[in-house]
Design a binder for this molecule. Structure first.
Ligand code: ZN
Length: 133
């Protein structure tokens, strides 16, 4: 198989969960020294992003601002009751790409890869593909 699936259990209804460590393991095990790492989330109410890992308030601010854009208690047509989560996931997006050099993810000092949960807690899958070149 050309990709590896990481399984993550989220703990809250909404949260940004740092999955950088798990992605680094996939990169290491791939043996790729120079290339790209693609991270994809096969869910419609979760997303993936790269953002600051130092100040946890950044994560709170992101969630707070998204909540203002698409309130959990808002009125929506979608009968399942999680329309806000679909909207938030759509805004953040379902994939990121990180370069790999010297067998390592090339991330900025303050960057981490976050799974964004908007309709948890749940078990989520994250697909990671590491390609040379
Ligand atoms: Zn839904």
């Amino acid at each position: 198989m050309g990709f590896k699936t990481i399984t993550v259990k989220t703990e809250n209804e909404q949260q940004l969960l740092d999955i950088t460590k798990q992605v680094r393991i996939v990169v290491r095990e791939s043996g790729v020294k120079s290339g790209v790492c693609r991270v994809f989330i096969p869910h419609t109410t979760a997303a993936v992003t790269i953002n600051e890992n130092a100040d946890p308030d950044v994560r709170k601010d992101i969630l707070d601002r998204l909540e203002k854009i698409a309130p959990s208690s808002g009125t929506y047509l979608h009968a399942e009751g999680n329309a806000h989560a679909h909207i938030k996931a759509g805004l953040i997006g379902s994939s990121v790409v990180v370069f790999v050099e010297a067998g390592q993810l090339v991330l900025g000092t303050w960057q981490s890869i976050f799974l964004c949960e908007f309709d948890g807690p749940r078990t989520r899958n994250v697909m990671v593909r590491v390609s040379a070149g």
